[in-house]
Design a binder for this molecule. Structure first.
Ligand code: ZN
Length: 151
């Protein structure tokens, strides 16, 4: 990756961190999952509204570092309107990307999420970036009405 592209990605992450998208509580959520990353202190709540197999709405709130906030912001942008199956595929791709697995699931379709690749070089920060994704996975798996708390 050229340094120019790296700078561009860094700008994108900072922009999401400063102005997170879908940063709000949701009264009509069908699933709410809390995620906590003790390594950094990132603390977030992910709200999902499911309509059948489609994720009709998704939002988050909480306190976290720039990386966890940017990752959650991009997650909500990307996941809104997707099906549960599509969201699970995207989880796999982003997870592979963040842990530096090669080859990863679907590099051509990541869009903005590709900006997270740089985080894989900083093992201490990987959990910041994966936090919201693990919360998403827990929310998709949850079959009951109760909330799930991830560690
Ligand atoms: Zn963090």
């Amino acid at each position: 990756m050229s340094s120019e592209l790296t700078d561009l990605y860094q700008e994108l992450l900072l922009d999401h961190a400063r102005h997170p998208h879908n940063f709000r509580a949701m009264d009509t959520a069908s699933r709410i999952v809390e995620g906590y990353n003790p390594l950094c202190g990132d603390d977030l709540k992910l709200y999902l509204r499911l309509e059948g197999e489609r994720i009709a709405d998704i939002s988050f709130q909480g306190r976290g570092c720039a990386i966890s906030t940017a990752s959650a912001s991009m997650l909500t942008d990307r996941i809104k309107g997707r099906t549960v199956a599509e969201a699970e595929q995207l989880f796999d791709a982003v997870h592979d990307l963040l842990i530096g697995a090669r080859p990863f699931a679907d590099p051509g379709d990541l869009g903005e999420l590709a900006a997270l690749e740089g985080v894989s070089k900083y093992p201490m920060r990987v959990k910041c970036a994966t936090l919201s994704w693990h919360a998403l996975k827990a929310a998709l798996r949850d079959q009951g009405p109760e909330n799930v708390t991830t560690e």
